[in-house]
Design a protein around this ligand. Structure first.
Ligand SMILES: O=P(O)(O)OC[C@@H](O)[C@@H](O)c1c[nH]c2ccccc12
Length: 260
């Protein structure tokens, strides 16, 4: 199963993280911590009034789609997406299966005046510290990966000054996620076991989350503006990667979602 392989590779990388590695992105101007202003993902999602809240994802490749877009100039890509009206950026940092890199975050952070979400398979608390030092504002925590450790990781993220976005895919995972007190819950429409997407996952799970007064992000499989219209009464925001990255003009594709 692909998820097991990705988690295994992430675990090996995380075990190799040393304190020197974790602080290698620290801002030289302020020694231990980066000087970048902080941006709230929750506020960015719930604060948009005249547009849809889109988290645009910088993703070079994926196990399901293969090559999407070479990101040779991350600053240019991120500025293009911000110009297109996204409320936040998601940066995939997983190297082996998604061709991402943690270095993309420090490369763009000083120019980026929207929240930055680090998207990876977090399995070790050392990665939380690494995420903060890289300059991210929020971190993805996957319920299917962390299981009963989820609560601990939510607390660790908050302690590090990061907003956790907790990812779920079924009812049991929603219950686990709600128990941690997480404010932001991402419903992954993609089944990580067979990589198939089904937008009705959001329609099925969102009411449980809204009833608990939490914010819902619809993740994966949003391909066209009509998908936003389908999910509008269920989700507060949308996380979109492949459709934007594979478009000939990513900014224009993003604008279609923002103003759908
Ligand atoms: O490219 P899409 O179908 O728009 O999906 C984006 C995002 O939801 C997807 O990349 C994703 C959701 N959860 C993840 C966990 C790890 C890596 C990637 C992901």
């Amino acid at each position: 199963m692909i998820l097991d392989q990705i988690v295994q590779a992430s675990t090996i990388r995380a075990e190799a993280l040393t304190p020197g590695h974790m602080s290698r992105f620290a801002d030289s101007r302020s020694m231990a911590h980066i000087g970048r202003e902080r941006f709230s993902l929750l506020k960015a999602i719930t604060g948009a009034v005249d547009r849809n809240s889109i988290i645009a994802e910088m993703k070079p490749a994926s196990p399901s789609k293969g090559h999407l877009r070479a990101i040779t100039d991350p600053v240019a890509v991120s500025q293009d997406l911000i110009g297109g009206g996204c409320c936040a950026l998601s940066v995939i940092t997983e190297p082996a299966f998604f061709h991402g890199s943690i270095t993309t975050i420090p490369a763009i952070r000083d120019e980026t005046k929207v929240p930055i979400l680090r998207k990876d398979f977090i399995v070790d608390k050392k990665q939380i510290e690494e995420t903060r030092n890289a300059g991210a504002d929020a971190v993805l925590l996957i319920t299917a990966v962390l299981g009963d450790q989820l609560g601990e990781f939510v607390d660790a993220a908050r302690k590090a000054g990061l907003e956790p976005l907790v990812e779920v895919h079924d009812r049991q995972e929603v219950r686990t996620a709600l128990d941690t007190g997480a404010d932001l819950i991402g419903i992954n429409n993609r089944n990580l076991k067979n990589l198939k997407t089904d937008l009705s996952t959001t329609i099925r799970l969102a009411p449980m989350i809204k009833r608990a007064d939490r914010t819902v992000i619809a993740e994966s499989g949003v391909t066209w503006p009509c998908d936003i219209r389908t999910l509008r009464s269920y989700a507060n925001g949308y996380l979109i990667g492949s459709s934007i990255m594979a478009a000939e003009n990513p900014r224009r594709r993003l604008e279609g979602f923002v103003y759908a």
